[in-house]
Design a protein around this ligand. Structure first.
Ligand code: NAD
Ligand code: DAU
Length: 342
């Protein structure tokens, strides 16, 4: 089996590359990644010499480069992780989100149509469903929940999902889509809530919680997400959407307090800052379909996953310190300087 994994130098993509190379020693994994600010080649260092692995630095929006890669590799599957993934950045500059997340997805699927493919898998997000109210804990996102997006990021992901389903219906492309809740774990870029709070706490810097911190996210350990995608690409039904989530809802303020406690840092580091525009209140996935059809269940309890994650950041300071001492500093200053303390 020859699989092109796009976005494999990012957070979830790299974890998926490691998972697949470990589990399937006879598979070839080709990572296609243009190394944006979020892509990090050093993450893939441990597999660079693996004869079953190849890294190609190109953009999924570059039709010529993508077609050339298909001619060279004749992939059996494509798993598309490549995306602009940060909601706050999409609020500042939506355009690149449209290019990569929508146009890039179309280019990949055009290549699949032209050269043939056994499976095109789109890694999507629960954010395409919008949000749920805090006072209805009985409500969850199912695959039937209408698409109803809030941010330029989630709109671009929803646009891509609709294109994927259209390519299935119109051209018969063998597609699947997974919509996952918030991931956490190793190699998570420090602009996102959990790694940002770990890095700031370790540096005794303020911990910027948006608004009151009562927004709820449904956290899933990244390895459990990778296992779900592995099951879907091998056993999932073509043309289907699968929700992936862990029934692990936590408010942001709970998460930040857990991180303070685990690191022995004072909660006085927490600062409440101006809220995110259009901030989604609550995400919560109903994973019944993937459980009933494919037997998937999350295996990592949050209490264990967060400990493992914090330990990883303690053991791999060089990885994230290199990031936060570079261009990220400009991003951080720009993004957080304007957020007044409330
Ligand atoms: P990430 O930002 O950590 O990594 C994205 C990767 O894509 C980077 O390596 C980047 O270089 C690459 N990339 C970006 N634009 C590209 C382009 N034009 N061509 C080739 N490569 C490009 O993202 P992540 O958090 O690992 O998310 C991966 C996927 O999973 C995304 O599609 C995201 O929407 C989805 N998702 C993420 C989460 C989460 O909690 N992180 C949850 C659900 C779904
Ligand atoms: O639900 C899946 C989505 O999860 C993915 O599709 C996205 O790619 C991924 O980035 C993530 O989106 P969120 O917006 O939920 O993640 P983020 O880590 O940016 O924020 C999580 C929550 O924490 C959110 O309610 C905003 C809040 N937050 C975030 C940051 C960065 C803060 O309070 N302070 C912060 O500094």
């Amino acid at each position: 089996m020859n699989i092109i994994v796009t976005g494999g130098a990012g957070f979830i993509g790299s974890n998926f590359v490691f998972h697949m190379l470990n589990k399937y020693p006879d598979y070839r994994i080709v990572c296609l990644d243009c190394l944006t600010y979020a892509g990090n080649l050093s993450t893939l260092e441990p597999v660079m010499d693996n004869p079953n692995f190849r890294f190609v630095k190109e953009s999924i929006t570059d039709r010529e480069a993508v077609y050339k890669l298909f001619e060279e590799e004749h992939p059996d599957m494509v798993v598309n992780f490549a995306a602009e993934s940060h909601v706050d950045r999409s609020i500042e500059n939506p355009e690149v989100f449209l290019d990569t997340n929508i146009k890039g997805t179309a280019v990949l699927m055009d290549a699949c149509r032209k050269y043939g493919i056994k499976r095109y898998h789109q890694v999507s997000t629960d954010e395409v469903y919008g949000d749920l109210p805090l006072d209805r804990p009985d409500l969850f996102f199912t695959e039937e929940t209408p698409i109803h997006t809030s941010s330029p990021y989630s709109s671009s992901k929803a646009g891509a999902d609709l294109l994927v389903l259209a390519y299935h219906r119109t051209y018969g492309l063998p597609v699947t889509i997974s919509r996952c809740s918030n991931n956490y774990g190793p190699y998570h870029f420090p602009e996102k809530l959990i790694p940002l709070m770990i890095a700031n706490a370790l540096n005794d810097k303020p911990l910027p919680v948006y608004g009151e911190g009562l927004n709820v996210r449904d956290w899933l350990y990244v390895e459990d997400h990778c296992k779900a995608i592995d099951l879907i690409i091998h056993n999932g039904r073509v043309g289907e959407v699968y929700n992936v989530g862990g029934h692990n809802e936590k408010t942001n303020i709970e998460i930040v307090k857990i991180i303070c406690k685990e690191l022995g840092k004072p909660e006085s580091l927490i600062t409440h800052v101006e809220d995110r525009k259009g901030h989604d209140m609550r995400y919560a996935i109903d994973p019944t379909k993937i459980h009933n059809e494919l037997g998937w269940l999350p295996e990592t309890k949050f209490e264990d996953g967060i400990k493992k994650t914090i330990q990883w950041y303690l053991d791999n300071k060089e990885w994230w310190e290199t990031i936060i001492s570079g261009e990220y500093q400009n991003y951080y200053e720009k993004m957080y300087a304007n957020r007044e303390e409330i």
